[in-house]
Design a protein around this ligand. Structure first.
Ligand code: ACO
Length: 343
């Protein structure tokens, strides 16, 4: 057996603890939103449909929604949301190397919104741009993709923008859907650093057997759904996925500061929150203001939560969504965590 060398000044008897190797993790560092100027109230809708403010508020929690007017386009709205998110993060457009726009209602079938947004905000031509369609779960799926790009080192600064014009696919004569939807855009800036939480593990799911419960046909181009089926699955899948994402992160409900779920119906969100044991004061409701804007509801709600002082830097947020597919997703995010830049 080799003799142990005596301790000297050069070889201390007790070795110092190894320095923690910085791990590059992705986090959210800025948020911005842009809504069309036209506001439509429940009473406005009741003037042309057999409905009432009382029914809509009681069954959905919706009070107003924003609609694009006439031939207003979505890309300028998305670009404005991106500019505001960059300003909030203290970043410049020339730092952005990837833009993912989630949408089911682009201005044209192709090109998608992302290349137009890159041009409007002045990104370098080397930027990667792509649209992503995962319906109402789109923002969470894109956030996960952005985190993967940053953590693998393939991107440094990613804009994830959700931009939707549900009015383009809404049957305005069908009271069971016409009251539910709105238009809007919101974006976050995803970048890397030596973070403890950042964008945590996401739990995803897909059930193609439910495709006919919520869809827009290629010919008709109007949203059709079995409302109660969607309702039941939204509650069940969001609860399961949120619980699984908390477990994967080693967290409990007590660790969560805010629950931001897809804003389709206040009753869906409140039922899911109650099943999770989430107290009311931790539940974000924005469907009252914007109605259902598909993939844009979660970042719109995040922007409002920050503006209203409900999201301080370092807050831990649980996110969950289900939409057409069915596709669902849930995850935990540490909001604007202080980052030590990784080499
Ligand atoms: N005003 C007045 N009455 C109405 C309206 C309305 N706007 N809409 C439906 N009703 C009536 C129905 O005709 C029905 O009348 P009946 O009993 O005489 O037949 C009654 O209200 C109840 O209808 P339900 O469909 O049972 O109402 P419910 O409480 O389920 O609410 C709703 C309907 C709001 C659609 C609900 O099922 C829901 O929110 N589902 C989930 C929707 C969703 O998340 N969709 C996914 C969105 S798609 C996307 O995000 C892109």
């Amino acid at each position: 057996m080799a003799a142990t060398a005596p301790a000297t000044a050069a070889t201390p008897a007790v070795a110092p603890a190894p320095r923690r190797r910085p791990t590059r993790r992705a986090g959210i560092f800025g948020v911005g939103a842009a809504l069309p100027g036209k506001v439509v109230t429940n009473d406005d809708l009741a003037q042309r449909l057999d409905t009432s403010d009382e029914w809509i508020v009681r069954r959905t929690g919706i009070r107003t929604r924003h609609w694009l007017d006439g031939d207003e386009q979505l890309a300028p709205l998305a670009a404005e949301a991106c500019r505001r998110a960059l300003a909030d993060a203290g970043r410049e457009p020339d730092e952005v190397d990837r833009i993912i726009v989630t949408t089911i209602t682009p201005d044209r079938l192709t090109p998608g919104l992302a290349p137009t947004v890159a041009g409007l905000i002045g990104c370098p031509t080397s930027v990667v741009t792509a649209d992503l369609n995962a319906a109402c779960a789109g923002f969470l799926v894109a956030l996960d993709e952005a985190a993967g790009a940053v953590e693998s080192g393939r991107s440094d600064v990613v804009l994830v923008c959700a931009a939707e014009a549900l009015t383009r696919i809404t049957d305005r004569d069908d009271r069971s859907t016409a009251v539910l939807f709105g238009d809007g855009a919101a974006a976050v800036v995803v970048a890397g650093g030596d973070l403890e939480g950042g964008i945590g593990r996401f739990v995803h799911g897909t059930d193609p057997s439910m495709a006919d419960a919520l869809y827009v046909g290629i010919e008709e181009r109007l949203l059709r759904m079995e409302g109660q089926t969607v309702y039941r699955h939204a509650v069940a899948r969001m609860v399961e996925a949120t619980a699984a994402s908390l477990a994967a992160s080693g967290l409990t409900i007590d660790d969560i500061d805010l629950f931001v779920a897809h804003q389709a119906n206040a009753r869906i969100i409140q039922t899911a929150a109650a099943e999770l044991g989430m107290p009311d004061e931790k539940v974000m409701i924005d469907v009252d203001r914007c109605a259902n804007t598909s993939s844009a509801t979660i970042p719109l709600a995040l922007e409002r939560a920050q503006r209203e002082g409900r999201l301080a830097p370092g807050a831990t947020i649980a996110l969950a969504a289900l939409g057409a597919g069915f596709v669902w997703s849930a995850g935990v995010v540490r909001w604007k965590e202080r980052a030590h830049v990784c080499a």
